[in-house]
Design a protein around this ligand. Sequence first.
Ligand code: UTP
Length: 223
Amino acid sequence: MKVVLSLGGSMVMQDFNAERIKAYAEAIEKIASKHTVFVVVGGGKIARNYITTARKLGADETLCDYMGIGVTRLNAMLLASAIKKAPKVIPEDFRQAYELSLSHPVVIMGGTFPGHTTDATAALLAEFVNADVLLNATSVNGVYSADPRKDPNAVRYDRIKAKELVKIVSAGETKAGSSNVIDLLAAKVIERSGIKTVVFLGEPENIEKAIRGDVEEIGTVVE
Ligand code: UTP
């Protein structure tokens, strides 16, 4: 299978903990022994720090996005350094990523262009390479009817239609560095291309379960 994994920066980069990055690298190497894997790494806290400070200094949203992209690429380089079979080159667009996948079982990249988060990058990449599944590793255990941190009545879905996902995330904000379970553009790309998507609590040990669609308690299948 062809698998695209959107790996939130806040999941993999927690305080530059090398052991944690290694745990992700091992989980990715394991799935790459059976599948062709593309990983899109997010920016996490460091990206948000750049964006918040740049905004205070007068940077426009697009410039903030470019800073976020820069951090995602650095994070991608860090993760790639722990995966022997990953190329040292971090692709800057989807065609480059596709080319590298022809000679590598796993390709790691960061963001591409301004206006969205790495969730959308991963969804567009999944569309471009005709992936069998898109895995969205986040800090929550799936898609809720509303933000569970703000609404105590929010309910978690085991399965959801892409159209419904678009409706839920449309209520969130789209500024640089904003956090939503998945970004709106990603949800729209998933809807238009019908890519099977799994949104799940992105701990390393959950990645294999997410590929199997075995997401009880850990996530939501979008179809
Ligand atoms: P992230 O994908 O990390 O956003 O990109 P996030 O929502 O903070 O996700 P987590 O916390 O890592 O899970 C960081 C920022 O980089 C810019 C956006 O401003 C985004 O908010 N970015 C990223 C782009 O403009 N284009 C891209 O392709 C990727």
